[in-house]
Design a protein around this ligand. Sequence first.
Ligand code: 13P
Length: 255
Amino acid sequence: MRTPIIAGNWKMHKTIEEAVAFVREIRFKLTEIKGVDKVLCPSFVALAAVKELLGPTDIGLGAQNMYFEEKGAYTGEVSPLMLKGLCQYVILGHSERRAYFGETDEGVNRKIKAALAHGLTPIVCVGESLEQHEAGQTEEWVSGQVRAALAGLTAEQVRALIIAYEPIWAIGTGKAATGAGANAVIGLTIRGTIADLYDQATAQAVRVQYGGSVSPANIAEFMSQPDIDGALVGGASLKPDFVDIVRISAEVKGV
Ligand code: 13P
């Protein structure tokens, strides 16, 4: 039985003050909702303040990126050693990082290994572009991203991470995938690739989220799919809508 997990990726939004005000507004409402893991991913600079506020709650905290080295002359980077103790999750390989910051499959793989080595749970993002989607290349592309991300990992490590299927054409566009479409990619392509690489039990154990224009209006459609275990929410996670998304998820699929 996979526990559903809803994570909010705030991206480059909210100052520390805004983060604090928002978390004060939503934290106890979120805590009342049971049966679903809840995670907030603010910017690096707001992590410490948000950690303080989440202290008495069951809400998890995540970073949006991380470098793979523990320390050294890497100006501007944040290491797993710095994150461990501060948060439990780290988003890795988001399409915006791949598109704007030169993130490669190999780098994502190294980051995943570093995160796991330090007890952080990676949320590994994969997904195809509009061109790939329209050219019918989704399966090949996403499968390749999954293989590259998981290279060298043990089955036990794979079970410990989370994958987020985020079709790039659905991110921030208001044009979400359909529940059935996302479920097919997650069930057949992502779990299928993991079953190929490892075994069916591992493929069934790993939690896989959908991301891309998730809202209170469409979350039930995703959560009612058998292979979708939750959502990685962008824009709607900046607003009280996030609480509604978590509540609806618990109603549809809470354990
Ligand atoms: P939106 O929910 O704003 O489409 O963003 C999705 C996303 O990229 C989450 O990581």
